[in-house]
Design a protein around this ligand. Structure first.
Ligand code: NAP
Length: 265
């Protein structure tokens, strides 16, 4: 557990779910980790657990001035930034029962989802490149989704925003390479990973187990993925084991994209 010793990392949306798991694993691997979130610092259990190798800062990824402030704090306190994980993301589903399909979704909801999922990643990449430029090295990891690779009729804005994250990751990778910088940028594409993001879809009713089973019935491995499985991929991409990996995309989907439910038997 020493694959990230000496590295300074920043994770967005770090207070729960995939961001929390990545942060915990990065600390365990020896990194100094900036855990950022809308309410970072309020979760005392997380603060006690991760200990002195973690810093906490509020960072709303939609706000450019917050990126400027937090990146300045990172450089002032730790002198460098080696890894950024653009993890914060929303489905838009926690606004209650509103349409997300391409025919009925509101422009307001479409923009809201893109503002967090896409504008947030754009700003993160922009300020990370600037922060990493002095050392000419670094790793930017963007958490896209399986939904960024296929269409999702009931989640148009989410799918569109995640597809744009996939593409922007490649643009960032090429820009940095063109600039002669060893700053790598890759995207991770999880399918169903059991986190609080799924709660509005699973509910707490007696049919919860049935709903869970239905959501993974087309997944070859027949289960939800675990946050630790995404964290393991992030460690590899953040580490010095991946210096030739940039502009690439990594699926963590239990085999879902390997074929199609309609494949002839
Ligand atoms: P989650 O449990 O809902 O956690 C997301 C975190 O992001 C929360 O802590 C949330 O804070 C924070 N956040 C939301 N808006 C933010 C903003 N504007 N600025 C800063 N932080 C913000 O989600 P998750 O399942 O761990 O997902 C993490 C990432 O993986 C997302 O990008 C998601 O799209 C992607 N992903 C997840 C799955 C999955 O199955 N779970 C699959 C594919 C991709 P609050 O709690 O304060 O709102």
């Amino acid at each position: 557990m020493s694959r990230l010793i000496g590295k300074v990392a920043l994770v967005t949306g770090a207070s729960r779910g995939i961001g929390e798991a990545i942060s915990r694993r990065f600390v365990a691997e020896g990194a100094t980790v900036w855990l950022t979130d809308l309410d970072a610092g309020d979760d005392c259990t997380l603060m006690e657990d991760v200990g002195s190798a973690a810093r906490f800062a509020r960072l709303d990824v939609r706000e450019e001035d917050e990126w400027e402030r937090v990146i300045a704090s990172v450089l002032e306190r730790d002198g460098r930034l080696d890894v950024l994980v653009n993890n914060a993301g929303i489905t838009g589903f926690d606004d209650g029962f509103v349409a997300h399909d391409p025919e009925n979704a509101s422009l307001e909801n479409w923009r809201k989802v893109h503002r967090t999922n896409l504008d947030g990643v754009f700003l993160g990449c922009k300020y990370a490149i600037r922060a990493m430029r002095p050392t000419k090295t670094g790793s930017i990891i963007n958490i896209s989704s399986r939904s960024g690779l296929v269409g999702i009729p009931a989640a148009a804005a989410y799918a569109s925003s995640k597809a744009a994250v996939r593409n922007h990751s490649k643009t960032v990778a090429l820009w940095c390479a063109q600039q002669g910088l060893a700053i790598r940028c890759n995207s991770i594409h999880p399918a169903a990973i059991l986190t609080p993001m799924w709660e509005p879809m699973l509910g707490t009713g007696p049919d919860r187990d049935e709903r869970m089973a239905a959501l993974v019935k087309d997944t070859p491995l027949q289960r939800f993925g675990r946050v630790e499985e995404v964290a393991a991929m992030a460690v590899f991409l953040a580490s010095d084991e991946a210096p030739y990996v940039t502009g690439s995309e990594f699926n963590i989907d239990g085999g879902l994209l390997a074929g199609s439910a309609a494949t002839p038997g």
